[in-house]
Write a protein that binds this ligand. Structure first.
Ligand code: TRP
Length: 333
């Protein structure tokens, strides 16, 4: 079975953009691949952060991912597998300075930091994609499901693997491929010209754990005509509502409302009701599952420590081979 790996940063809540755009796909992939999913807390230290919040967010994300359908056995916490940072140091020597300097995520985030309190930009932020390469290659992943925004980081990962292979004179690392599955890009219901995101503010995202009342209110007030529509085209706001309906799996409702649209009969209020029903159903299920899981947090923590330890075995094997190939001393203490 081919191996799939992906990771997510522990920053707060998950919204429907995260769910329909990534996590829902991760859940599905579990049945056709060997899947490994990481909560990358080391990455979360690259921007100004609060230690207490980091730990809370890490566990919270674990509960959330399990509530959404990720199996605990497939989950690990990055800092419980210290070999990631060890491989990342080794990879620093195979990563091109010029290429890393060119990463757009670094440029964007360092720009954000510059406008912050003291304008501090860490070396960690710069080195972020090298740690990401280590996350992927340490498990010799075949496929990495990520969004378009991560294309450059995957490219860099392959370059590092290739340079490493050249150095050691062996095709040791498989070059991982990006798995661009067709996942919908969900937009903000308050402003369909931008994507659903947490950083843009509360009204620009809908939590997957939102109360039904909140969901209904947000969908009811969703912008359907932002004045950006060309004659005869569906507006981005209406498209977005249809996307969410489809992503929720409500195909009967989707098809019937779409044919209403085609014949010019669609009432936006009916579409909104359909979307609100679909999201409320999902969120009610997620909330029930989360309540069940968090009733015994100790048990979940225990499970995740065990799954991290099991996944770590793969990482330890890789590090051992890598150290041998690189001319480092290997001793079993
Ligand atoms: N950089 C990714 C993001 O911002 C998160 C990430 C870290 C990641 N390590 C990874 C994704 C390894 C895939 C594989 O979304």
């Amino acid at each position: 079975m081919k191996r799939v790996l992906s990771c997510i940063q522990p920053t707060g809540d998950l919204h429907y953009g995260n769910y329909f755009g990534a996590v829902q796909n991760w859940v599905k992939l579990q049945s056709s691949y060997e899947t490994i999913y990481g909560v990358v807390d080391y990455h979360a230290m690259t921007m100004p952060y609060n230690p207490k919040k980091l730990r809370e967010n890490t566990w919270e994300l674990i509960y959330n991912l399990i509530a959404l359908g990720i199996k605990p056995d497939n989950l690990f916490i990055q800092s419980l597998v210290p070999e990631h940072s060890e491989l990342s140091w080794i990879f620093n020597n195979f990563a091109s300075m010029g290429r890393v300097e060119n990463m757009t995520q670094f440029k964007d985030k360092s720009q954000q930091s510059k406008s912050g309190k003291d304008g501090f930009i860490s070396v960690g932020l710069f080195d972020y994609p090298v740690l990401q390469a280590a996350d992927i290659l340490i498990y010799k992943a075949d496929f990495v499901p990520v969004g378009e925004d991560q294309r450059q980081h995957l490219e860099l990962t392959r370059e590092i693997a290739q340079r490493f292979n050249n150095q050691v004179g062996k095709e040791y690392f498989v070059l991982p491929e990006t798995l661009f599955t067709e996942t919908p890009k969900i937009r903000s219901t308050a402003d369909p010209s931008r994507k659903m995101s947490k950083s843009a503010g509360e009204k620009h995202n809908i939590s997957v754990f939102a109360d039904e009342a909140v969901i209904r209110k947000r969908i009811k007030s969703a912008v359907t005509d932002a004045g950006d529509t060309k004659e005869g085209e569906m507006s981005s706001g209406v498209q977005n509502l249809f996307e969410m309906l489809k992503a929720s799996g409500e195909m009967d409702t989707y098809n019937s409302l779409m044919s209403d649209y085609d014949s010019g009969q669609l009432k936006y209020s009916t579409l909104k009701e359909g979307v609100a029903d679909a999201l409320s159903n999902l969120s009610n299920t997620f909330n029930a599952k989360k309540a069940e899981i968090t009733a015994d947090k100790k048990e979940v923590k225990y499970q995740i420590k065990n799954s991290s330890a099991a996944i770590r075995k793969i990482a330890q094997e890789t590090i051992k081979e890598v150290k041998d190939l690189c001319g480092l001393i290997n001793v079993k203490f």
